[in-house]
Design a protein around this ligand. Sequence first.
Ligand SMILES: Cc1ncc(COP(=O)(O)O)c(C=O)c1O
Length: 378
Amino acid sequence: MKKNIYFDNAATTPMDKEVIEVIAKTMESTFGNPSSTHQFGRAAKAKIEQARKEIAKLLGVDSSEIIFTSGGSEADNLILINAVKNLGINRIISSKIEHHAVLHTLDFLEKEYKTEIVYLNIDKHGEIDYLQLAELLQEDKKTLVSLMYVNNELGNLLDIKKVSDLCITNNALFHSDTVQAIGHFRLNLQETPIDFITASAHKFHGPKGTGFAYIKKGFGIQPLLLGGAQEKGARAGTENVPSIVGMAFALKKMLANLKQEQEYILGLKKYLIEQLKKHIKGAEFNGLSVNLDKSSYVITNVLFPNEKPMLLFQLDLKGIAVSGGSACQSGSNKGSHVLNEILSPSDLQKPAVRFSFSKYNTKNEIDEVINILQQLVL
Ligand SMILES: Cc1ncc(COP(=O)(O)O)c(C=O)c1O
């Protein structure tokens, strides 16, 4: 019988039912345009300002520092392009295993603005070279460091405190794509200062097409989208009020239950690793997947031993949703720019699978997947 198992929560998460209810209620009760000055508009405006306050409080920042966007990609674009166009940044230090929302923006900046882009060395586990970063930061250049907190393909965690300290000491700006971290890790920007971060609601059981940029006070932002003066002039376009309200609710709920959820999902990850080691001879783990202190509890990236073609496709036929890299690349390893950076040519021939869990997954599902993998791989 075909299964119905979803292990691709780094691509997107199913929406939480309570979040759906909150969104539906907001749609019913608050249809006004937040820019209208009459009571309907004011009611809608009040809802988004309340959401902004709640999100800001959870991050330990001021609500004026949160800009709502259509998601993580837009927020990354907004921050990076502004850094170069308006903040005098002429060098960006990053890595080749960032999300394309960052990498393609860096290509654009290099081409259009002649920004110097430096990619840090990474080792075979996908760890960046912190010493090289420290050395580069000693050069006297107007620099922004852009490094993601949780790698969306490998699950690797950045030593975000270390990078924050290095940037402060050396007067560099720090942007972190925290799309895979927000809602899954507690991040207080008072304790770990970062100048710019990004988030996307659909990664934490919220709605798609909604996210935010945190932009530290004092950094004026010019809009990418021109038009109305929404978001204090940083982004034109009538705000998606229900989704913004839903995002704030989703984030609050995630963080309220964080400890239990982390423990539960980490339990699933440990179980998957144990079962793979036991039943799939030759299975290896990509990145820092098995180094639990340095890897997100959500993501496990596995390299399977044979050259079985189209393993992802075979799994899909059996009703199991996983991916090989980020969502837009599922289907082949070769398409994964991240694995291309860290795997040897022979390992790149082997099928890699990213398993990413949520609170809705169970050990039973893992057992079923292991069973199917045994048939497909051995
Ligand atoms: C690390 C990372 N950054 C950015 C994005 C893009 O976010 P969005 O889908 O909200 O544009 C994603 C989504 O896959 C991601 O994983």
